[in-house]
Structure formats: structure tokens, C-alpha cells
Ligand binder design. Sequence first.
Ligand SMILES: *[C@@H]1O[C@H](CO)[C@@H](O)[C@H](O)[C@H]1NC(C)=O
Ligand SMILES: *[C@@H]1O[C@H](CO)[C@@H](O)[C@H](O)[C@H]1NC(C)=O
Ligand SMILES: *[C@@H]1O[C@H](CO)[C@@H](O)[C@H](O)[C@H]1NC(C)=O
Ligand SMILES: *[C@@H]1O[C@H](CO)[C@@H](O)[C@H](O)[C@H]1NC(C)=O
Ligand SMILES: *[C@@H]1O[C@H](CO)[C@@H](O)[C@H](O)[C@H]1NC(C)=O
Ligand SMILES: *[C@@H]1O[C@H](CO)[C@@H](O)[C@H](O)[C@H]1NC(C)=O
Ligand SMILES: *[C@@H]1O[C@H](CO)[C@@H](O)[C@H](O)[C@H]1NC(C)=O
Ligand SMILES: *[C@@H]1O[C@H](CO)[C@@H](O)[C@H](O)[C@H]1NC(C)=O
Length: 697
Amino acid sequence: MDLVPWLIFLLLALFSNPFFVYSSSSSSASRYIIQVEEPIEPQLTEASLKSWHESFLPSTVEESGADQRLLHSYSDVLNGFAAMLTEDELHEVGKKRGFVLPLVTTHTPDFLGLKVEKKGLWNDSKLGSGVIIGVLDTGVTPGHPSYDDEGVPPPPSKWKGRCDLETGCNNKLIGARSMFKGMGGRPPIDEYGHGTCTSSTVAGNFVRNASYFGLANGTAAGMAPRAHLAIYQVCHSYGCNVSDILAGLEAGIKDGVDIFSISIGGGSALDQDLIAIGSFAAARKGIFVSCGAGNDGPDNFTLCNEAPWVLTVAASSIDRSFRASVKLPNGKVILGVSLDQPRNFTKNSLPLYYSTESRACDMDPPDDSHRGSVWVCEADGRFPKDVAAFVKSHGARALIYISPKVEATTILMTELNFPGIWLTSQDGSDLISYLISASNHSASIIFNGTTDLGISPSPVVAFFSSRGPSKTTPGILKPDISGPGLDILTAWIPSGDAPEYAIKSGTSISTPHLSGVAALLKATHPTWSPAAIKSAILTTADANMLDELLEPALYFTKGAGHVNPNKAVDPGLIYDITDDDYISYICGKFGKKRARIIARGVVDCSKRMREEELNYPSILLAPKAKATAKTFVSATVTPKTLAFTKLNEQKSFTVRVKWGSGGPPTSDIKFVEGKLTWISDDGKHVVTSPLIIYAPK
Ligand SMILES: *[C@@H]1O[C@H](CO)[C@@H](O)[C@H](O)[C@H]1NC(C)=O
Ligand SMILES: *[C@@H]1O[C@H](CO)[C@@H](O)[C@H](O)[C@H]1NC(C)=O
Ligand SMILES: *[C@@H]1O[C@H](CO)[C@@H](O)[C@H](O)[C@H]1NC(C)=O
Ligand SMILES: *[C@@H]1O[C@H](CO)[C@@H](O)[C@H](O)[C@H]1NC(C)=O
Ligand SMILES: *[C@@H]1O[C@H](CO)[C@@H](O)[C@H](O)[C@H]1NC(C)=O
Ligand SMILES: *[C@@H]1O[C@H](CO)[C@@H](O)[C@H](O)[C@H]1NC(C)=O
Ligand SMILES: *[C@@H]1O[C@H](CO)[C@@H](O)[C@H](O)[C@H]1NC(C)=O
Ligand SMILES: *[C@@H]1O[C@H](CO)[C@@H](O)[C@H](O)[C@H]1NC(C)=O
């Protein structure tokens, strides 16, 4: 077999979790991913690919067991391999074949939630029948009712995946395997809950009478209840090695998945982020990839997973609230929320305890006189559960927990295992003002155990949802879209008293909602490209959304807006992007050498595109210079009308923008927002693109 003469390398500065940065000292081995120069022989079997990759390892490694050191062999996501190497060994690989650089290999799974509704598209798509969704996560809980296959047809004949569950798979759960080295064939059992949550959110079957201790009771279902699930275990509860994520992408591509759902926080730099590189290989094969925007909001520039070929998903609230309230002696009722609502809690008035010396309830009280009181505590960075345990240890009857200011109206609730009510920072201040001024320090706590629907305003973007602009792709609007991700009822691992469902929040939960919507669109329109599906989702979104401060949300916060699945099924027009367009974009952005890494091997860089030239469904423009226009910004579109006579016809148009001298903006990131809308003659189709115009530098 011909060995290629040299290696090219990936420089990787991925998202690094300080707990998982591997030592690169010469005595201990670290994980590296090494990309091998093309060509790869097309007909290599799995075994010969592996031994070919082993031949790249230094001879010392081969003697000590290359099999132990080679972690994964890749051929679809990239041409290369992952291996455990010491620094000395790495040097040897480098000396023999070229450069190799270290890789920081950890990503973290982050949380998100689920919604039970939507007609119309459910009917058109037959609930997602026939679509295979690959979920890269912490594994699966076999036997959970969400994976029941009642009403789910057998998988399509293209499915080639494996099932390593002892209990076997069914028509819902068609594949399940672990990508951890040395775990081949071992069942990918979820020990965390995250993977159970995300997979049930995307495609869980209908489960009647699901609830979390009676809260959010009703019929639970994923977004595409008749779609198939293929589970790839790539993360532990404490993190994920990027080489395993790549192995999951590789396996899913080979197995025949249609959609990848990846609720894993990743890197940002496109050419250095292996999720971006692996998902590009998937997108070129027609696979739709949906990823979380990250939970690092509300600061700007906090996104991850921003490649133009993936859907980057923000998280928002839904119109449901787990109400609990505090009734003051003056009759005033302060509305809060709670996941811990004991049915038998007293309706009587109880004394309140709040100490200005210990506002966060972090100091022992001077005496025992506050046993039996309801303690009022302000957030201070400790886990709320720990605060609850502390007040419980001092004999408190209940906890009123005042959320951090940053959360604003989108309180991030977690289980307290103690009667508790969460108030917004604003409502908390009102309560404290009352306590400081009033003489009667008492209140009744109302736990109705009810779930209020129709909460307004909703949806509202959650404070934690990461914000743009993208540092990596400033010419492309990211995040792309918002979906439900706050206080969502989702399947969970049952244990002891804990039920099979939990209430969770995060972009990890909005992501599978969008993966599920993509599956429904794919089932309805099997020939649509991933870019076409994205275009349909973005151009039909509901742009009218608020942020956590209840101010109109910026595009850099909400993306195009909140997903509207029933409109997305019939968008009217599509902004499509071909493989060649992406290559031209990559060439234009990174140059030929790095384009070869991202696009695997031989690429034609004769055409180079600027970021804004990509046919993306949202439009970001940066005028080169100020014009002397009367208004401070103006935009024109030519032609004003596009006449289509047949299906799949293409038309082009030009958007020109001018930035004048007058007017704002005064904000940190200087831009103005607008939108570009095409309306069909009959008014039935409204195709809207967000339009952002940056101020000239
Ligand atoms: C449901 O879908 C079928 C095709 O699968 C269609 O014939 C029918 O009209 C749809 N019903 C509604 C209410 O949209
Ligand atoms: C619903 O579930 C609750 C407990 O989870 C149970 O007590 C009740 O009997 C169930 N109702 C039905 C109709 O199955
Ligand atoms: C939830 O439970 C309440 C009380 O048990 C009941 O009245 C209500 O109908 C249930 N809701 C659903 C959607 O099942
Ligand atoms: C990453 O891989 C190393 C080496 O195989 C392993 O020890 C570690 O547990 C893995 N970390 C995660 C988060 O999977
Ligand atoms: C304080 O208010 C509660 C509830 O209205 C009432 O029951 C209680 O008697 C009041 N205590 C005093 C000292 O006024
Ligand atoms: C309320 O019920 C729980 C268990 O259902 C029990 O442990 C607790 O003691 C009860 N509390 C009161 C005040 O009755
Ligand atoms: C609790 O229930 C009572 C009576 O059903 C109702 O008047 C009140 O508005 C409810 N409070 C909350 C906070 O849901
Ligand atoms: C993010 O940028 C926007 C627009 O410039 C600005 O209004 C906002 O204050 C920024 N947010 C933060 C948290 O700095």
C-alpha cells in the first residue's frame, strides 16, 4: 500500500474546560487528532484503514500495542485518526511526516427542554415517519416509555447501523452504540440524563399522563414522534472528547442518518473546530446538522457552533409557568415559580426571616428563633439546592429564593428538594423593601401545584442563551433561530423516587426541538437540501420576540426569531446553498491550504466568496464608507419584483445599503436592523430575511 509522504495538521484550540485539559508533559500521553494527506484509497475496508493509520505511529508505539493507542480511524468526516501519544512520540510522528499540534479535547454537554404540541406539519410529515435522527450525546435509557415504538414503521432499508443494547432495539430506537475507546459493543447506557432528555425531545413517542410530580401533566412527545432514533454515545456526565464526537459523526454518516442533533458546546473558530469540520462532511452528504448556540449569554460574542452549514439554536421560554406565590399581610401577592410544591403545605401565614447581614443566607443565624420561618435568600453563586439544604438544616419551613439580576424574567429553576419559591430579582427587591418597611414580617406561601398556560409575553429569549455576533463568521447572522429551551418537561432517568420526567432548561433542549422540526420538514420534502430546510425555518420565523429584560430582542439574540414549524413547511421561496458555494466560501475565508483541511483533500479554490456573498437566508452587510444620505442608513433592493414561472426556478436580486452621516446607534456593536421581505401576489407566502447593516469602521 502506498503511504502518503506527509501529514497536514489541525491546529486546535477548542473550547477547553479547565477540568479536562490534558497534560502535554512528555511522560504522559494525550489525545491528538492527526489528519492524513489525501488520497485515501476509496475501497479501504475498516480493518485496512485502521492498519494504515497505525503505520503512521512511531515504531515504539507499535511495539507497545498500537491497538491501545489508536482511538479512532476516520474516513468520512476527515482523513485521519485520533491517538494517545506522548509529546516525544508526537514529535516523532511530526519528524517523519510533518507537523502535528496538540489538541485540547473536551466539550461539555449543556442542558435544554421539550414541548408537546403542533398540528399541521405533524399531519403533513406523518409525524416524521421514515426520517432517521442521529443523536450525539451521553447515551440512552432503554425501556423508557418515550422510546416505545407503537405506531412507528420499520426503519428505511438504507439504515446500516448497529444496536448494542442488551434489550435490543425497536422501530423507534433503531441504533445505539458507544463511541468510547474500549467500549465497542458495550451498551450506551445514559448515566446522566442529558442524552435521554435530548433524544426524547427530538423524537420521543407519545406518552400519556407524563408529569414531573404532577407538574406539566399531560401527554408528552418529542417534536417528530414517529421518526427513528440512532444514539451515539460520545459524552460522559463530565464531558466529551472531541475525537469521540467525530467518531459519532463518522458512524452516523456511514449508518445513513438524515439529521444530526448535537447538544454539545463546542469551539468557535470554524477551521479549528472539529465539530464544524465533521458537520461539513455530513452537510455535503445531505445530512442536516442542528447544534446549540451555547449557554453563555447574555453577554455578546458568546456563541459556539457557528459554522454556516449548521443550524445554531438559541433558547426561549414557552407560555407555561409553574406558579407559586407569596401573599403578604397587606394583601399583595407576589408571583413566583417553583418545581418543589408540596401538596400538603400549610396555607396559614408563616413568619418570614431575612437578614441584611446574611442576605444570601450564608451565615448561621444568631439563635434558634428562626426555626419554622420562611427564609428569604438572595442568590450569591452557590447552587440553589445547597442554599435550600442550608436553610433546611436551620429548621426553615420554606425558601424564598431571589434569582440573580442577570436572569431577569427568565429564571433558571432547578430542583431544590425542599419547599421553595423562586422570585425574579425585581420582585425580590420589592419583597425586601416591604420587609424593611413593614412591621408584620409574615406571609402565606401558595403552592397550587398548577401549571399556568398562556403566559404573556412569550416566547422570551432566555438570559443564558448565547449571543452573537459570531467572532468567527461576523458576516453571517448567528444564532440562526430560537426554540423552546426554558422549563421544558423532558424524559429523564428514573431512580428511586425520581420520576421518568424532569423539567430542564438550556440550549441543549432548544437544539433537539429544531432537529425535530428539521426531521418533519425532511419527511414532508425528502429532496430538500440541508440549506433549503434551514432557509424554510429562518424565513418563516416569528421575529416578534422579547429578550429576558422584556425589550425587543436583537437578531444577535433571537436569530431570525422563534421557529414556526407550520409555516416552515410551505415557505414559498428558498435560499439554497450548494457544495460548491460552501467550498468557494471556505476558500475565500481561509485560503486554499486550510480549505483542504476543512473540506478533506483536493479542493478547487478558483472561486473565492466573501462571507456576505453566501446565499444565506439572513443578510449582514458592512458598507465600506459613509455616504451623504439624509437618513443615516438606507437600503434598496433591485428588482422590486421577482417573477417565477416554474418550480425550482432561480432569480437573483441586489441589495444596496448606504450609511449616512446622521443618527445613532450609540451601542457597543454599531449596526442597525431591518428586514427584507418578499410577498407572493396572493399574499399567502411571506419570505422574510433579517437584515443587519454594520456601521462603517
Ligand atoms: C393530512 O395529510 C394528508 C396527506 O398525508 C392530507 O391528505 C390531508 O389533507 C391532511 N389533513 C389536514 C387536516 O391537513
Ligand atoms: C397518572 O399518573 C399518576 C402518577 O404519576 C397516577 O397516580 C395516575 O393514576 C395516572 N393516571 C392515569 C389515568 O393513568
Ligand atoms: C393535569 O392534572 C389536573 C389535576 O390532576 C387535571 O385536572 C388536568 O386535566 C390534567 N391535565 C392534563 C393535560 O392531563
Ligand atoms: C477522554 O479520553 C481520555 C483518554 O482516553 C479519558 O481518560 C477521559 O475519561 C475522556 N474524557 C471524557 C470526558 O470522555
Ligand atoms: C401579620 O399578618 C398575618 C396575615 O395577615 C396575620 O395573621 C397576623 O396576625 C399578623 N401579625 C401581626 C402581629 O399583626
Ligand atoms: C407532607 O407530605 C410529605 C410526604 O408526602 C410528608 O413527608 C410531610 O411530612 C408532610 N408535611 C406535612 C406538614 O404534613
Ligand atoms: C391558587 O388557587 C386559588 C384557588 O383555586 C386561586 O384563586 C389562585 O389564583 C391560585 N394562585 C395561583 C398563584 O395560581
Ligand atoms: C450587546 O450589544 C448590544 C448592541 O450593541 C448592546 O445594546 C448590549 O448592551 C450588549 N450587551 C452586553 C451584555 O454588553
